[in-house]
Design a protein around this ligand. Structure first.
Ligand SMILES: [Mg+2]
Length: 205
């Protein structure tokens, strides 16, 4: 890994972008139900919305991306783009790492929507990685919301901050409840990296 600059590995869905908010609107239309009948208290896979008997998660996800431009239309979460700009100006290298190519046969759509979305919200980044194995990319600290990704990163001795939402309850911290927390934690992690002081991630690495 490049040890001259501090690299922040950033997940998109559920961390920078309001994936669950956008999916809820699209799922309500797809199921033909009022949106308030779909709980916001979801787990990974969205089974609380009763989608399985109507085609399931993969089919809903494909509809969302190919017919409703999910990755172009979702809103960023509060303060995400502004704090990323601030961190970038502090000399932190933003490396976006997303698993979005999980959808087969729609890679061009996925990548195009993603890049347009990042530009349209002025989200800074030097590297854009479409990767399942996020630990293989190399970052000094990661942020993610999916329990599976967080556990895998930690099993590979990578430092990972949990971005809190209803899908990741029960996963231990460090945790960010919002992007102001992200800013504080990442600046602290950078200081620990610079000085070699232990702290935030003791026990994980
Ligand atoms: Mg995510």
């Amino acid at each position: 890994m490049d040890e001259t600059e501090f690299i922040f590995g950033v997940d998109l869905d559920g961390v920078v972008g309001d994936f669950y908010g956008a999916m809820r609107e699209i799922a309500a239309e797809w199921l033909d139900k009022p949106v308030d009948q779909l709980t916001e208290d979801v787990s990974y896979g969205l089974e609380e919305w009763g989608i399985n008997e109507f085609g399931g998660y993969d089919r809903l996800h494909r509809f969302a991306v190919s017919q409703r431009a999910l990755f172009r239309n979702m809103k960023p979460l509060k303060d995400a783009s502004a704090i990323l700009r601030k961190l970038s100006l502090c000399g932190i290298r933003i490396r976006i790492i997303t698993q979005r190519l999980v959808l087969k046969y729609s890679h061009k759509t996925t990548i195009t929507q993603t890049v347009e979305w990042l530009d349209s919200y002025d989200i800074p980044y030097w590297d854009l990685c479409f990767m399942k194995d996020k630990g293989a990319v190399g970052a000094h600290v990661y942020i993610d919301d999916a329990p599976k990704n967080i556990e895998l990163l930690r099993a590979n001795r990578c430092k990972c901050i949990v971005f809190s939402n209803s899908t990741n309850r029960g996963i231990h911290g460090p945790r960010a409840e919002n992007w102001l927390d992200v800013e504080n934690l990442v600046l602290r992690a950078k200081e620990e990296w610079r000085t070699g002081a232990p702290g935030l991630f003791e026990g994980d690495v």
